[in-house]
Design a protein around this ligand. Structure first.
Ligand code: ADP
Length: 372
């Protein structure tokens, strides 16, 4: 396992800038996810780390040494793709053995007929068996990819990646082709595999749930930039940008327009809040669905229930509030009926405040005991 450092990576295709200056230091043994909407440049960045693309500007370092100018095959990285990329005519065991045969055997030993006579296969077979046991696919070793389910194929692809001892694993949307149940299961498996191997993992996904549940740190990318790179807990609770707050979390965070008057008081439509901000500004208050609650006492907002989702253990309720551009979403154990008028409360101290450009305002103070 090794550190991976990206220094000032930029990438353009003709006149189109795809990556606009990426700096990221990944520790040895760390699991870092690159997450963001489709087209934000995640795969391009991973391909640059792998050596499959060259950056227009910038440097990639693996284990402290620059690998600019080093071919993909010589970077000692293992890649797992969404498409598995298995050889259909080879068995599972042979597929897993491919990277080892390429590295350990000379040209003559790789030949099907005389290769067996020249030896070198025993250590490969042992390593294939070890990888298969780790992934619990030993009974599948003699099958061909066409005789496997999607989940099994992905495990074989993982087996092929982990059979050698790479400096880092690069995974590009490896779960996208699996159904929801299998995705959740494979998520657990990959996380446990990371724990067992203690290796460096760089994982590309557009799915914030995958990033949140698997990573030591998440780099949230948009428009060719990393907006924030931090632990899942801090990305969720302390986003530095409204786009990060909106991308992470399901249901999506509520955003309410707010106004700081010249005296620094903050109000949302129809309700003054015990929050203070220097100066006069248009602001946005962001509140996670779990911080809103239905109440009769000192409600902050009133509205009409527009939609209810029964999740079994809770209800996800959408409330249309006059004057707000979008419905508020809250999670509650109390059943609600469409058309019902409800009163909504929240603790202002839990509101995340952003300026008109979406940057986090940290100079907001809560006035203890002030009337809301
Ligand atoms: P993501 O993985 O975040 O979905 P990609 O890194 O695949 O995004 O792509 C980022 C952008 O770069 C997209 O707009 C895509 O169309 C563009 N792009 C990727 N590869 C090429 C290429 N070889 N030539 C031109 N544009 C490309």
């Amino acid at each position: 396992m090794a550190t991976v450092s990206l220094k000032g990576i930029q990438k353009s295709y003709k006149d189109t800038e795809i990556l606009r200056g990426i700096d990221l230091d990944i520790g040895a043994g760390e699991f870092v996810s690159l997450v963001g909407p489709s087209g934000c440049g995640k795969s391009t960045l991973l391909r640059i780390i792998a050596g499959l693309e060259a950056p227009t500007v910038g440097d990639v370092r693996i284990g402290g040494a620059s690998v600019s100018g080093t071919r993909a095959a010589d970077r000692n990285l293992s890649m797992v793709f969404q498409s598995y990329a298995l050889y259909p005519h080879l068995t599972v065991a042979e597929n897993i053995a491919v990277p080892l045969r390429m590295r350990r055997l000379n040209r003559w030993q790789r030949l099907p007929l005389i290769g067996g006579l020249l030896g070198g296969d025993a250590s490969i077979a042992a390593d294939v068996r070890r990888a298969a046991e780790m992934l619990e696919i030993t009974p599948l070793l003699d099958r061909r990819p066409g005789q496997l389910s999607g989940g099994q194929r992905q495990r074989v692809a993982l087996g092929r990646a982990l059979v050698r001892d790479p400096a880092a694993f690069l995974l590009d949307e490896p779960l996208s082709n699996l159904d929801a149940k299998l995705r959740a299961h494979t998520r657990t498996e990959i996380t446990e595999l990371h724990r067992k191997l203690g290796a460096t993992f760089i994982y590309v996904t557009h799915d914030q749930v995958e990033a949140m549940t698997m990573s030591d740190r998440i780099a949230v990318m948009m428009g060719g930039r990393i907006l924030q790179c931090d632990t899942p807990a801090r990305i969720y609770a302390d986003p530095c940008d409204l786009r990060v707050a909106e991308f992470i979390g399901s249901p999506r965070i509520n955003v309410i327009p707010a106004e700081a008057d010249g005296a620094g008081r903050i109000a949302i439509p129809g309700c003054a809040l015990p929050l203070r901000h220097r100066g006069r500004a248009a602001l946005r208050l962001a509140l996670r669905p779990e911080t809103l609650f239905l109440t009769d006492r000192a409600p902050k907002l009133r509205g009409e229930v527009a939609h209810v989702e029964n999740m079994g253990h809770e209800f996800v309720v959408q409330v249309a509030v006059a004057g707000l551009p979008s419905r508020l979403v809250l999670r509650t154990a109390m059943p609600a009926t469409i058309g019902q008028t409800v009163s909504i409360g929240f603790d202002p101290a839990l509101a995340l405040v952003f300026d008109a450009e979406g940057r986090r305002c940290r100079d907001v103070t809560v006035c203890e005991g002030a009337a809301a």
